[in-house]
Design a protein around this ligand. Sequence first.
Ligand SMILES: [Zn+2]
Length: 313
Amino acid sequence: MKHFETLIQLQDHFASEQVCRDHLAALRWGADGIPCCPFCGVVGAYSIEKGKRFKCKDKGCAKKFSVTVGTVFENTKLPLRVWFAAIYLACNSSKGVSSLQLSRNLGITQKTGWFLLCRIREMLIERTPTLLHGVVEADETYIGGAETNKHAVKRTEGMYGGKGKAPVLGILERDGRVVVKPIENSKRATIQPIVRQHVAIGSVLSTDEHTGYKGMRKTYSHITVNHHTGEYVKGNAHTNGIENFWSLMKRGINGIYHQVSPKHLHRYCDEYAYRFNNRLARQEDKFNTAVFQADGRRLTYRLLIGKDKVSCP
Ligand SMILES: [Zn+2]
């Protein structure tokens, strides 16, 4: 496979729709690219329409399909080249890319750009549950509601809460990965099951003295700092790693996306976590991981705006 690191190289490499389809086939079906029928699961198909589509070799099935069936790209009217450029930009812009920016860069409408970004976020969801080890920081924050655009009197004060803001829990392994989840509230019964799900037993858990973490000493070596008394670092106890992540995510959401509705917040959490967790990867690898994860992640517009209740295959 030819390598591409920059956007120019990416566009040179994916010069035609066929190259894009072949790339997707290699990621979905392995280097030998033998198609797997998305309808019956049989491996092996005849190439039809000059390699654009396939026909299942199982006589009982014999359905026709393209490499995009069963992926986020299914039924798309947009060229895969446009998709690939958008995926590259979304994976490699540290604070994110806006629908307006995509529309200008790629010559699509802003509405298409928005839908494209929503579907790209589906690709960025972690496939395997993350288990963090070692020294792990946990912290909650509130995200949403563009503070800078509000009048001073309407701005929310204090550590917690605020109109239009939603609580988010972040759990970060020092020098490792992050897990970011919107939460209903910051109560013990909400926070602790999520921490237990993602932090290996016996790890060191570093938090502030928020009551939501009380009682975690039974499972972890729990170290705390008291933010209320201005204590931010006490030996190994601090939450600087997750605070840095929050500041990047908030600068991104306020500066790039301006506003995020609570309904879509989990998608943004996954997007920022994906870029953070792949921060040391090559640009090409970040792109390929996302495209690889396009498998089985189809998201329709109706589902996205909440008009369809049925989950898509
Ligand atoms: Zn089949």
